[in-house]
Ligand binder design. Structure first.
Ligand SMILES: [Zn+2]
Length: 193
């Protein structure tokens, strides 16, 4: 009986340990995919919240009866969920596509997890990967900012304005964190952005 208890306790612990390991591994994987020294820290923070689905979205606020409806603040037609905002909502989808065009980025990925995975696995120089992930963080941050402007100031910005803000943030940030050694092809690519 005691043996059984010990065994079951042992099994329980092993199982718990395994779960912890799996969770830790998953976080490390996400961390590696999301983390980028070049990105602006406050952008990274918002991206991280989005990855963990910890944003105070209307779907959640509505469930706790904090807001009267769960409609997206940008389009007003769909439920505001993490999937809708990034990047189902037509305004956000347009912003994503304009950013992809700007970078000459050919991918059909259009959700945050898929985009981050794409960048993590892409065969390209470290510099270009850093610029891509700096841009993804800036995109998520600015769309969140745009959504909050709609919430607090009842103002919905045009996509072109949001995209210009992202481009300017990314260019300034990358210029100040430019690596010493960079291939000519990457330098030319960045200069024409
Ligand atoms: Zn929407």
């Amino acid at each position: 009986m005691q043996m059984l208890k010990l065994l079951s306790r042992g099994e329980y612990k092993t199982n718990e340990g395994y779960q912890a390991l799996v969770t830790a591994k998953q976080s490390v994987k996400w961390y590696k995919e999301v983390w980028n020294k070049m990105a602006i820290p406050k952008h990274m923070f918002i991206l991280w919240l989005a990855v963990l689905d910890r944003m105070q979205l209307k779907e959640r606020l509505f469930r706790f009866q904090i807001v009267p409806d769960e409609n997206c603040l940008l389009c007003g037609t769909k439920k505001e969920t993490i999937e809708h905002l990034f990047f189902d909502c037509h305004l956000c989808y347009q912003a994503l596509n304009q950013i992809k065009d700007w970078l000459g980025w050919h991918t059909a990925a259009s959700t945050i997890p898929k985009i981050l995975r794409w960048v993590a696995k892409a065969r390209m120089t470290r510099f270009r990967k850093q610029v891509y992930s700096t841009t993804v963080a800036a995109l998520v941050y600015h769309l969140w900012w745009c959504r909050n402007e709609a919430l607090w100031n009842h103002k919905v910005y045009r996509v072109s304005i949001v995209v210009r803000r992202i481009q300017s943030n990314v260019k300034n940030r990358v210029r100040s964190y430019m690596p010493n050694k960079i291939q000519h092809i990457d330098q030319d690519w960045f200069d024409q952005l």
